[in-house]
Design a protein around this ligand. Structure first.
Ligand SMILES: NC(=O)c1ccc[n+]([C@@H]2O[C@H](COP(=O)([O-])OP(=O)(O)OC[C@H]3O[C@@H](n4cnc5c(N)ncnc54)[C@H](OP(=O)(O)O)[C@@H]3O)[C@@H](O)[C@H]2O)c1
Length: 323
């Protein structure tokens, strides 16, 4: 199949392109930074420079590529640091999720592209009440805190427009598998446990996220899938484990009021209010099995100094298990 991957040069795109090619697909991969053309070419894709916010350029690029499927993996999250002004930090990503998605869907319609897959994020999408682990049928957050209003609205826009156009939304867990910002913050003890640290995170290794995306191409129909690992976990559970693996000091603990004062309301939500996702539907309907069923073994394989060659056994049962 000819596949148009938007954001082929990013964290997920660079894992996805080789997996698509290994499955026999032909990939036209976009990049935004001129420097990343070489990266996309070396992955085996045909590189195309594209600004997703340029509607006409999007239409022309899709028409020229003549793809059978479009995969939207564009975000602008490099150097994301300022959680205090959450919506401002996500402003460009929000545009890629709203205007960018709309431009791609319009181009897909015009060029007769029937398969469309787009990236979303599980943990900040779901309603922050009820159980700790959500399925795709659970309601999305209709009352985000003011600091996150635009970001949650952009994710909802993407989710709703893509599904109503007959496409597939992949609600990924928190990516790991790279030297990313999270790891650096934990190493420097800049990522504290807020309050009781009960906010739940679902993680996913980048290779596993890419594998689920490849399988989604064969799914007939539209819908949303949580692409997350088997073990959603509270911050108070996963953060000390990651810190220890990185050889960092244990995370600090800060009360909610102090986190709100220093890092803003979004930091309190991420530390105490988020929910995890169940991957039962993705396993059942996409036939997907994550290579790293738990962040415990995935973190160990990625970050621990004495990385095991085979997945490590689980030290104890998770507090927040999806099953
Ligand atoms: N679920 C998650 O946890 C999640 C999701 C996304 C990102 N992240 C994290 O955020 C960090 C940064 O992500 P990243 O490395 O993928 O970089 P990024 O800056 O978020 O870019 C992602 C992709 O989108 C492209 N892009 C950016 N602006 C665009 C535009 N206006 N038009 C078209 N394409 C555009 C980029 O192209 P260029 O590379 O050419 O600029 C790149 O291919 C990583 O640590 C990643 O793991 C996490």
């Amino acid at each position: 199949m000819r596949i148009f991957v938007v954001g082929a040069s990013g964290a997920i795109g660079t894992r996805l392109v080789p997996q698509l090619i290994a499955r026999g697909h032909t990939v036209i991969g976009t990049h935004r930074s001129p420097d990343h053309e070489k990266r996309v070419r070396e992955l085996g894709a045909e590189p195309v420079g594209l600004d997703l916010l340029d509607k006409r350029a999007v239409r022309d690029a899709v028409r020229a590529a003549e793809p059978a499927a479009i995969i939207h993996q564009a975000t602008a999250l490099t150097n994301l640091r300022d959680f205090r002004h959450f919506d401002r930090s996500f402003a460009q990503t929000n545009r890629l999720r709203t205007e960018g998605t709309d431009a791609l869907l319009a181009a897909a319609r015009e060029a007769g592209v029937r398969r469309f897959i787009a990236q979303s994020f599980a943990s900040t999408l779901y309603e922050r009440s009820g159980g700790p682990v959500k399925t795709e049928d659970d309601p999305l957050d209709a009352h985000p805190v003011p600091a996150m209003r635009e970001t949650v609205a952009a994710m909802r826009h993407l989710d709703e427009t893509v599904r109503s156009a007959g496409g597939i939304v992949l609600r990924y867990g928190g990516f790991y598998g790279d030297e990313d910002g999270l790891v650096e913050a934990v190493r420097r003890r800049m990522f504290p446990i807020v309050g009781r640290g009960e906010g739940v995170t679902s993680f996913i290794h980048l290779e596993d996220a890419a594998a689920a995306t490849v399988l989604a191409l064969d799914y007939d129909g539209s819908g949303a899938f949580n692409v997350v690992d088997d073990e959603p976990a509270a911050v108070r559970e996963w953060l000390p484990v990651l810190a220890k693996m990185l050889g960092a000091k244990p995370p600090r603990r800060v009360p909610r009021w102090l986190a709100r004062l220093v890092a803003g309301e979004a930091a309190v939500v991420l530390g105490t209010g988020t929910r995890g996702g169940s991957n039962a539907k993705a396993k059942r309907e996409l036939g997907w099995e994550p290579r790293y069923p738990s962040w415990r073994e995935g973190f160990a394989a990625t970050y621990a100094e004495d990385r095991p060659t085979a997945p490590a056994s689980r030290p104890h049962e998770p507090v927040t298990n999806m099953r």
